[in-house]
Design a protein around this ligand. Structure first.
Ligand SMILES: [Zn+2]
Length: 171
């Protein structure tokens, strides 16, 4: 895995989570609550790091996740999987595009700029389950400069989900 000085990057994302009133189901004891690995299959490249200084120069904003692409050459569609067990939510916003967000009692993972959703909104997904295809949704040339997945992690601390550096979980 090596970092390249690529402009394949994206606008930082902050979103508001509105949990549905009907909180789904119980989690099985085999649920993987702690994020493990990356949502991409196989080898990957980080194109923008967490709080990447070069990102700030482009977008004048801090980068609150990491941007990933499969190691080239790769073929589309690139299937993304969940790195935790949880409930999957669909999210869409003009600038940052489409995202799938997986929430469990300890963590949230956010997969941004996806091309398509592979699971229904508010469905229970398992660790490793395919949830989306990689894409470049969002305002191209303004908020995103190419196909990748923006991977962001929130950890629950003192009852609140806080953004953390994903690189500690991708090993
Ligand atoms: Zn990003």
């Amino acid at each position: 895995m090596k970092k390249i000085a690529s402009l394949i990057t994206c606008f930082a994302i902050l979103f508001i989570i509105s949990l549905p009133s009907s909180q789904p189901k119980s989690f099985s004891t085999t649920s993987q609550f702690i994020p493990n690995g990356v949502p991409l299959p196989g080898a990957f490249i980080i194109t923008a790091g967490y709080h990447d200084p070069s990102y700030v120069k482009i977008f004048h904003k801090e980068h609150t996740g990491i941007d990933l692409i499969p190691a080239p050459p790769y073929k589309n569609p690139v299937i993304l999987h969940s790195t935790i067990s949880g409930i999957a939510y669909h999210y869409s916003e003009q600038c940052s595009g489409n995202a799938i967000i997986i929430i469990n009692p300890q963590f949230i993972v956010y997969l941004g700029h996806i091309a398509s959703f592979l699971v229904p909104n508010q469905s229970h997904v398992s660790y490793g389950e395919n949830v989306a295809t990689m894409g470049e949704s969002g305002e191209l040339g303004v908020c995103i400069t190419g196909a990748h997945v923006h991977y962001q992690i929130y950890k629950k601390v003192d009852g609140k989900y806080m953004i953390v550096d994903p690189t500690g979980y991708i090993n």
